[in-house]
Design a protein around this ligand. Structure first.
Ligand SMILES: [Cu+2]
Length: 155
């Protein structure tokens, strides 16, 4: 009897807690994780990236340091257009909606942090490494460390 009286508020509290949890909106999706590999001198990542919240990690499989930079192109802009501007010595900023971020990894290392991005359907993201192996060496992007992915879906 003593336990029933003492237990009643606990049960009531448990019911309230359960009801509160059950009424919370559930997340629509768990973030996908994508591992991007950087070799000397190319990126390896899936051909298709699904829209939605995505966590990107960067593993350097090469013998020199690399970065994984990612930028959102303005609608209708292609990677080829961006590269034309860069090769002509111009700034691509007017062709970008913004930078997602940059991860840097030493040789044979994987970043302990990651980029978290909501990949927008119908949009294109450029990926690049602009590191150089010396002041007179070309940027890795000109050696092959530049690519893009267009996210399926959208208008
Ligand atoms: Cu690089």
């Amino acid at each position: 009897m003593r336990y029933n009286v003492a237990g009643a508020p606990i049960v009531a509290a448990a019911v309230v807690l359960f009801t509160t949890i059950a009424c919370q909106p559930s997340p629509t999706s768990t973030p996908r994780e994508v591992l991007v590999r950087g070799a000397d001198y190319a990126f390896e990542l899936p051909d298709t990236l699904a829209p939605g919240t995505t966590i990107l990690r960067f593993q350097n499989t090469g013998k020199v340091a690399h970065e994984f930079g990612m930028a959102l192109l303005k609608p209708g802009i292609t990677l080829a257009q961006v590269l034309d501007v860069v090769r002509a010595g111009g700034s691509p900023d007017s062709l970008l909606d913004g930078t997602v971020g940059i991860l840097i990894a030493a040789p044979s290392a994987t970043t302990v942090g990651a980029l978290l991005v909501d990949l927008l359907p119908g949009r294109t993201y450029a990926m690049f490494c602009n590191f150089q192996d010396g002041p007179d060496k070309p940027p890795h992007s000109s050696l092959g460390m530049v690519t893009s992915r267009s996210i399926p879906g959208g208008p």
